[in-house]
Ligand binder design. Structure first.
Ligand code: DGY
Length: 322
C-alpha cells in the first residue's frame, strides 16, 4: 500500500504528478494556513507532511503517530522544533540553494526602493502631487559606492555581496560566526566585528537565520550604534529584530529608514506602527516568491519527502540531523 502524505500548501500539477506516482496525496488545497486543530486531528494518518508554515512542535509530533518526515518548502526552518524532531526520531528537510539568486534580487529591490524612495514616489506621481520639478524634499540617496554591511554571510549573503560589489561598486563587509574566506578572496569583501559593522555601514543587511541565539539580536543597543544615514534591511526573519527597538530607532531618527520583507508577526497586524513611516518599505515576505522559484522549491521539497519515504537520505536533510 502507498504511504500517505498531507500537503498543507498549494502545489502545481507537476509536483502533484511527481508525488502521486509514489504516494497517496491529501491536499489542504487552500492558500490560507490550515487551522491547527484540523492539522492535529488529521496528522495521525500520514507518513509525511509537506508544509512551509505549520508549527512542528512536540504536540504535532505526538499527534503524528505515523509521521516519518516533515518537508519544509523554505530554506528557513524556524517553524520546526529541531530538538523535538530529533527526539521523535523523524526526518526533516528544507529547500536551500534553489532560492538564493531570487532572494538576492529581492534584497537589491528593497535596498533601491528604500534608498531611492521608489514606492513613496510612485504614490506621489499617482496621487497627482507631481506638479513641478522635484527637489530636495523628494531626493533619495546613492546606493553605488556606499558601504554595505551584511550580517550573516551564507549562500544568499554571498549572492548579495556579488551584486553589490560587481554591479554597484559598493564596499562590502560582513559579520558572521565563521569567516567566509571564499567570498573574501573572490569579491574583496572584508570581515568586520559586529560592532564595527554596525557603526560603519551605510546599508546593513540582516540575513541571519532565526534561532534561540539570534532572537532579538538586533536590539536597542544595535540601533544606537548605527549611523543616522544608515538604511536597515531585513530579509531573514522578523524576530531576529526587536521590532519595538526598530520602531523607536525610526521615531528618534537614529537610522535613515528600513526595508523589511519579514516581521515578528506575519501577516503584519494592521496597527503595527511600522506601517506609518514613509521611510520604511514593507513587503509581505516575498523573498523567494517568484513563480519559477516557488515551483522549484516545491519540486525540491517533493523530492526530499519521496526520498525519505523510500528510506533514502534526503538531499536536503536539515543540518542538525546530518
Ligand atoms: C525561506 O525560504 O525561508 C524564505 O524566507 C522564503 O522567502
Amino acid at each position: 500500500m502507498k504511504k500517505k502524505i498531507l500537503v498543507t500548501e498549494t502545489i502545481p500539477n507537476s509536483v502533484r504528478d511527481m508525488l502521486e506516482a509514489e504516494v497517496s496525496v491529501k491536499e489542504w488545497g487552500n492558500s490560507k494556513q490550515m487551522p491547527r486543530e484540523e492539522l492535529l486531528e488529521m496528522i495521525g494518518e500520514f507518513h509525511g507532511l509537506l508544509t512551509s508554515k505549520d508549527k512542528i512542535d512536540q504536540e504535532l509530533l505526538q499527534a503524528g503517530t505515523n509521521l516519518e518526515v516533515v518537508s519544509n518548502i523554505s530554506v528557513g526552518y524556524d517553524n520546526m522544533n529541531v530538538a523535538a524532531i530529533k527526539e521523535a526520531g523523524i526526518l526533516a528537510t528544507h529547500t536551500p540553494y534553489v532560492l538564493d539568486e531570487t532572494v538576492a534580487d529581492l534584497i537589491f529591490g528593497l535596498i533601491l526602493s528604500v534608498a531611492r524612495r521608489i514606492p513613496e514616489l510612485d504614490q506621489y506621481v499617482k496621487q497627482g502631487k507631481w506638479t513641478k520639478a522635484i527637489d530636495l524634499p523628494e531626493f533619495g540617496h546613492n546606493v553605488h559606492s556606499k558601504k554595505l554591511g551584511i550580517i550573516g554571510m551564507g549562500r544568499i549573503g554571498e549572492k548579495v555581496a556579488r551584486r553589490a560589489s560587481l554591479g554597484f561598486n559598493m564596499e562590502v563587509s560582513y559579520y558572521n560566526r565563521s569567516r567566509n574566506q571564499k567570498v573574501e578572496q573572490a569579491l574583496g569583501v572584508t570581515y568586520q566585528s559586529y560592532n564595527n559593522l554596525l557603526q560603519d555601514s551605510d546599508y546593513i543587511l540582516l540575513m541571519t537565520p532565526l534561532t534561540n541565539e539570534t532572537h532579538h539580536m538586533i536590539n536597542k543597543e544595535a540601533f544606537e550604534k548605527m549611523k543616522e544615514n544608515c538604511f536597515f534591511i531585513n530579509a531573514s526573519r522578523g524576530a531576529v529584530v526587536d521590532e519595538k527597538a526598530l520602531i523607536t530607532a525610526l521615531e528618534k531618527k537614529q537610522i535613515a529608514g528600513a526595508g523589511l520583507d519579514v516581521f515578528e508577526q506575519e501577516p503584519i497586524e494592521r496597527d503595527n506602527p511600522l506601517l506609518t513611516f514613509s521611510n520604511v518599505v514593507t513587503l509581505p515576505h516575498i523573498g523567494s516568491a517568484t513563480a519559477e522559484t516557488r515551483e522549484e522549491m516545491k519540486k525540491y521539497a517533493a523530492k526530499n519527502i519521496l526520498q525519505a519515504l523510500r528510506g533514502e537520505k534526503p538531499d536536503a536533510l536539515i543540518k542538525e540531523l546530518q
